[in-house]
Design a protein around this ligand. Structure first.
Ligand code: ASP
Length: 574
């Protein structure tokens, strides 16, 4: 309104135009929103004719006067005014876009990705990038004001140990040799600590050749951080501070209490998961001892029996229970069956009434504090698998009961992770985090004798069931690092070949250090209230790892292959 009466120049894209008798209206769109242009047949017939020829997405520039609207549009930011146009210049015509550039578009996913530049013209997509930008600025502000230096690390490097497959790049100047793209800047940030840089961060691209899911992309962005002369407590405080700053400045959400901390063991036993969603309770309770020995063979043969109590589900119909049983039996979940105990208005009833008296069932109910109107669901089997199935069931019930509110945020630190993870298939230990993670000093004595029980100085930040960040205090003692490699099955030569540079650096005075990395895309998706990280990336890849806009990966020319000494040996030709 303060511009009313002013002569202005405005440029942008034609969102839509409407002819209403003697008037033509055009919604002109730019990055900042929509402004209505108006043309009057009576006062300027020629210009009005011109306006009627403009197609969707034409790029135009107009000269006109800002005028107060008689018919105001409260939904539009500029809805109090319109531009009475005096002159139009077509800067560029456009062919008809393959989908509508509207919030509610008719374009499917693949089509929108192919024409991502058109998709990015849509409000919602652009808003996500604006949000992401805001977050990146606040991250930088926080770190800068806390003495952190942003240092860039190289992209053409050697394999880093985050446990995924590497993307590799052949070297023309070094025939037969390859760079690996960083799965993270892990080794570099540790070396920066040896170099005395003290507090490092970087908003950085990382590359992992993994199978893709909604929250995974082959290249993604981390907020990568490292500090020297610190203990775990310093790290937790500093990065909790970063998260609080981000939530406060970008989302207007304040956490007045310190983040909850939970051991890995507790998280696994009570939520079946090392990234529990604490927006709702529904804790898992173990029933193994309580329910065995009553003649029900499923329970008698199971190594673990556990359940959850779904509040207010006591009146579930047969069909709802069958539906849930089918759900847990799906291969993705893999349970054999679902046992229920219903605390209905007509008393206690269960699918195992044959084996348990009403008193037995009530005693089970007491474990969960079940009230009339509640329902207990029980799964049995191998401990690890059953806990994971219970975790899935818990989350599903959380969804069905609308307990996972996108506007509620419950952060926590999961701490005391095991250092090693046993893999049955390959019959060896893997580093649960990565091989530079330090053990708890009190567990070092079991390092070789009972590796599985050694806990790590490692921590994850979890919000709403999403692992947003993870890190550890590192090993800075070369000897301990070598023992670590040994337990992980590296020969001396392999360790030397892969990480010799780091071991060597550690001999020149490595300070105690530790760090963390946050998944920036995931964080942005959470702030945007979205499930897929693709929506907060300007140019994401599809589920097959393809960028369908630039159509890559693609074959390269025979000359290029020759220069790189590479022969392609695949049966199918593309
Ligand atoms: N480099 C680790 C990761 O990408 C994070 C860390 O330990 O700082 O998960």
């Amino acid at each position: 309104m303060k511009n009313v009466g002013q002569s202005i120049i405005l440029a942008g894209w034609v969102q839509r135009s409407r002819d209403l008798g003697g008037m033509t209206f055009i919604d002109l769109r730019d990055r900042y929103g929509i402004t209505q242009l108006v043309f009057n047949m009576e006062t300027n017939g020629k210009l009005c004719e011109e306006a009627r020829k403009l197609g969707r997405e034409f790029v135009i520039q107009v000269i006109g006067k800002v005028t107060e609207r008689s018919n105001k549009n409260a939904k539009l930011y500029t809805g109090d005014i319109e531009i009475v146009v005096e002159k139009i210049k077509v800067l560029n015509p456009a062919v008809l876009p393959p989908f509508t550039i509207e919030d509610d578009t008719d374009g499917g996913d693949e089509l929108r990705m192919k024409y991502r530049y058109l998709d990015l013209r849509r409000n919602m997509v652009r808003k996500n990038l604006e949000l992401r930008h805001r977050m990146a600025q606040e991250v930088r502000k926080y770190f800068d004001s806390n003495g952190f230096l942003e240092v860039e690390t190289p992209v053409l490097i050697k394999s880093t140990p985050e446990g995924a497959r590497d993307f590799v790049v052949p070297s023309r100047l070094n025939p037969g040799q390859f760079y690996a793209l960083p799965q993270s800047p892990q080794t570099f940030k540790q070396i920066l600590m040896v170099a005395g840089l003290d507090r490092y961060f970087q908003i950085v691209k990382c590359f992992r050749d993994e199978d893709l899911r909604a929250d995974r992309q082959p290249e993604f962005t981390q907020i990568d951080c490292e500090m020297a002369f610190v203990e775990q407590e310093d790290i937790l405080q500093t990065f909790e501070g970063m998260m609080k700053h981000l939530f406060k400045t970008v989302k207007g959400v304040e956490f007045d209490k310190p983040f909850l901390r939970m051991s890995f063991e507790e998280a696994m036993n009570t939520y079946g998961n090392d990234k529990p969603d604490l927006r709702f309770e529904m804790k898992i309770s173990e029933l193994t001892e309580k329910v065995k020995g009553k003649g029900f063979s499923v329970f008698d043969q199971a190594a673990y029996i556990g359940g959850i109590c779904a509040e207010g589900c006591g009146e579930y119909t047969r069909k709802q229970i069958d539906d849930l049983t089918e759900w847990v039996r799906r291969p993705q979940i893999g349970a054999k069956g679902l046992i229920y105990i219903r605390f209905g208005s007509d008393g206690v009833k269960s699918s195992v009434d044959k084996f348990y008296t009403p008193e037995d069932l009530k005693a089970i109910g007491a474990v969960f504090g079940a009230k009339p109107g509640d329902m207990i669901f029980i799964l049995a089997g191998d401990k690890k698998k059953t806990l994971s199935q219970l975790s899935e069931l818990r989350l599903e019930m959380g969804n069905r009961l609308n307990l996972r509110d996108k506007n509620k945020f419950v952060p926590l630190w999961v701490i005391d992770f095991p250092l090693f993870e046993w893999d049955e298939e390959t019959k060896r230990f893997y580093a649960m985090h990565h091989p530079f993670t330090s053990p708890k000093p009190e567990d070092v004595e079991f390092f070789e004798s009972d590796s599985g029980r050694v806990r790590a100085n490692a921590y994850d930040m979890v919000i709403n069931g999403v692992e947003l960040g993870g890190g550890s205090i590192r090993i800075h003692d070369q000897q301990l690092q070598q023992r670590m490699f040994k337990v992980l099955g590296f020969t001396k030569e392999q360790a030397e070949y892969q990480f010799g540079f780091l071991m060597n650096a550690f001999t020149y005075g490595a300070p105690p250090h530790g760090g963390i990395a946050f998944g920036f895309d995931r964080l942005a998706a959470m702030f945007a209230g979205l499930d897929s990280i693709r929506d907060v990336m300007a140019f994401p890849k599809n589920n097959a790892g393809r960028d369908v806009m630039i159509d890559t990966p693609a074959i390269i020319s025979d000359e290029q292959l020759k220069e790189l000494n590479i022969k392609i040996d695949i049966k199918e030709k593309f």
